[in-house]
Design a protein around this ligand. Sequence first.
Ligand code: MG
Length: 671
Amino acid sequence: MNRRFFLVAAAAAAAMSLSAGIDAQELRPEAFDLLDLDWPGLEQVKALHSEGRDSAAAVALLDYYRGRDIRTPEIKDIKKVKINKKQQKWADEALEHTFYVHDGYQPSFNYGEDIDWQYWPVKDNELRWQLHRHKWFTPMGYAYRVSGDEKYAREWAHQYMDWIRKNPLVSIDQKEYEMVSSGEVKGAAENVRFAWRPLEVSHRLQDQCFQFQLFVDSPYFTPEFLTEFLVNYRRHADHIMHNYSEQGNHLLFEAQRMIYAGSFFPEFREAAEWRQSGVDILNREIKVQVYDDGGQFELDPHYHLATIDIFLKALSMADLNGFRHDFPQSYIDTVEKMIVFYANICFPDYSNPLFSDAKMTGKSTMINSYKRYSQIFPDNQFFKYLATEGKEGALPDYLSKGFLNSGFFVFRNGWGMDALQMVVKAGPKGEWHCQPDNGTFEMWYNGRSLFQDSGSYVYAGDAEVMEWRNWFRATAHHNTLTLNNENLQTTESKTLLWQPEGDVQILVTENPSYKNLKHRRSVFFVDGKYFVIVDEAVGSVSGNNNVNLHFQMPRGNVPNSREDMTFYTEFEDGSNFMFQCFGPDNMTMKKEPGWISTAYNKKVQRMNVSFNVKKLDSPSVRYITVIYPKEKAGKEPALSAKFLNKEFSEDGLKIQVKVGKEKKRVLEYAL
Ligand code: MG
């Protein structure tokens, strides 16, 4: 008896006892109405259904699904499925209802013997939302395929049905939700907002393709269960069709996953419509959400990367199913530009700046990504270089590079680990994940990131969660200038000068910042060796209003001197810096606790420094900061700097800088 025949026979025999059990699986005859029964291969299903023999039709339908050959880019060969240690752990814990919901909340919480899908142990919205992504389901499928142990399939089918039963899609509108004040209606209405948020729905929509591939041969995947699955799946796709997010990365995720739904289940009557809606949205949004320079409009390295993957996943699905022609060449070119953008703003160890809501993406993840990118763009030598860590391919023929639409500027003296690199963020008003941080920067020197951004830590939730969110988002916790430590009122930087070549490379960027105070930042990259940053706060704000210039120090002890406003590191590994801030006579220095978060809900303490000046009646407050990277630890060389133009000028700048025994250096520009 061959395996498939055995499984079908076993499923038919077991159907009654399995589906009549704890999970209350029923044959859902409406499933047949959702399908195009004229689809090739469904002849028998159609005949049986039209004779009113739905039980037999469901058996025939399951037989069809077990025999058809439609794959996903993620699981191209069901026989080659593997599982890693983490996934095995998630699968095993899930058997006990300890669910892997969010990396930021480990160890995972237990949701009870009788699963409580409304359990919310920490009032962070992400924890409640992401429960409904069922991230442990696909790992259970891997565990099932690798071990052949039916306990994974049985439990998956049980949890799948339990979720359907306890998370009905009750219809609510916004007003109704707000007006509901107590009782069970609130519970159900509130729950819908988590369980049926389109982003979560789309996550399930995609992952259930994988789960279908992994579990369909199990005797626990009964004909009745199949009809439940199809009805539930169609409800998901239909919900997105009518509730696409308005914009941003959510909309892109939803569109890409509708392409998966339409491609993987072409038998649904509406499948072509689902697929086309996804294709149309991606083709439209790639023009809306991606600037000409390749930057995504949330101005967040993490979501930039996620967006690249969305566009490429859709392309891979199209390639597998023969509809690549639905995506024009300009779509493919844009994705290539997005990858070039990302590769430029990242550091030589493949790490990324933590601007906006970014988290740190690891080197092995990125090398795998570049390998994938190289397959899709075989002619791109840069991607090949990054995929092979320099063994093949080639670096670009430039060093410093500006992305003027997005407002990302990269100064660098090389591409290797020993390079000196600074990435400045000073762009237009960004979308949701963007933080009000215009003018901020990160620096890399000889193997270490310095002046790292604080990151994001958490997104949204109760008052305590929001307090942390607002701390990490605050302008004052970046490397830029504020008025009274308040958040920027306007985030709309203009690039006044970008000169990426020569001994002295220059960026001049200006942000309106506050009602009566604008911020002009001029960055000089001198001889490829050090940076001079000139900050000019200009406007009619006066009196006791304070102008503050902020810098986020590395973790660990950073010695400093209040007398000469100097900070210097004492690391041993050849990556150090000292910097000195030259400001007006009434400037004071303040040291406060700071934080850095490289992953969700993880944070480490460090120092947040500000240089503060009362504005009084002066037309402007001006600072010169010299940042001198060096291999050796300690407070040297001696630095000095002063303005040569006595007042702020709209038309240019002239300063003098001296570093150690080197000659005095005049740095200037005219606009
Ligand atoms: Mg930030």
